[in-house]
Design a protein around this ligand. Sequence first.
Ligand code: BG6
Length: 479
Amino acid sequence: MSTKKCFPNNFLWGGATAANQYEGGYNKGGKGKALVDVIPAGENRREVMEGKFHYRDLPNDCLYPGREAVDFYHHWEEDIDYMIEMGFKVYRFSISWSRIFPTGEEETPNQEGLDFYKQIVRKLVDNGIEPLITICHFDMPLHLIEKYGSWRDRKVIDAYLRYCRVLFETFKGKVRYWITFNEINMLLHMPFMGAGIMFRPDEDQEKVKYQVAHHELIASALATKLAKEIDSDYQIGCMLAAGQFYPYSSDPRDVFDALEKNRATFFFSDVQVRGHYPDYTKQKLDNLGITIDMLPGDEELLQENTVDFISFSYYASRLTSADPEAGEKTAGNVIPTLRNPHLEISPWGWQIDPLGLRITLNALYERYEKPLFIVENGLGTKDELVDGKVNDDYRIDYLQKHMLAMHDAITKDGVRLIGYTSWGCVDLVSASTGQMSKRYGYIYVDKNDDGSGTLKRYRKKSFDWYSRVIATNGASLFE
Ligand code: BG6
């Protein structure tokens, strides 16, 4: 095994965004209303995203940051020019479902919406950038939520497949990599943001969540089947909000608690990669008295249509204890965690753990032995624009350490990692907080938390740094 100081040939370096936080143009080009259009900034955001506060009960003066976002809708050429300049090999973006099917139930797609993405794909392909498309990234037509209660109803699977068919047929021969659902496990933690679920009074929320999970897993399997029928070269991936749970102490109860918390994430990839419900989930559901409504043939569908690669986001590891009083809590990517005293934290309280990325890569690779793709990682923090410049050495430091951990995983542990797209390569709206000030990009966008700003773009210091990483296939990380 080679330990040379660069990454494998053809390693896919790039960046990632998602329509719901980046694209804006929410009422342009025939687009229908989407889930994100009713998620406000400010104090009610969290409860709305958790499905506990109905968006219809929000005050009239709410700011909805996803509606304009940073207006990629009108800046796509300029933004892709920046990606070309940085030398991206891959660009991960999501398609807004309600731009293609405004209500989700039309017989034919909205041509204007489709044309918007066609020109993007054309420009990427013409410039040697591989598109990586997320079909559903915290996004769906609001109509499907209001009419069917979202993914509770199997009719939404049909709507999703109609949408997938249009994408797979339109982009045949131009796009190779697809992700069926962004962070599919997030639906357990943020049911409305993750899957459009608003809870009704007195219902068994765990049962609803697992039923919804089943429907998304079936939709993902059917999309995988359809993709292969349309183009056998298509590569389909699952996508997890990953980051291993560590035990808070060596107390076996803490170790067991970490094992169970990790299972909540692995459940999804176990089904999507291995093709069946793991026994630990079957037993858990049985113990909870939950029966999932399945149709005859569902189990075969899952078994016969597993994914080609495993993609995931990694921002930090997580820490847990069996003792509810133990430790101190800190923020993290939605899923609750304790503060790990060995780690630094960002101004938003997210922990910084590059070795945790190597641990997570190993955990996934040992479990599945399939190609891995890191499709989100990065430091969300405040930047200061001074005389048109941003000196984001802190971001470079974060990224550099994580990339070195990736290199270790590849060259010392034998992990098969095929690519890396850092999150929010152009600054965009934060999913958890709705803020603009929590920035991840190599490109600064002049937009503020209150929605003001010119939307003008500026290269940050990390822009040149990342360009060099890509140009040297990682060798510059060792200089
Ligand atoms: C992931 C999501 O959970 O983390 C993204 O897929 C999100 O949509 C990213 O933006 C970073 O989280 P945040 O809350 O800092 O935007």
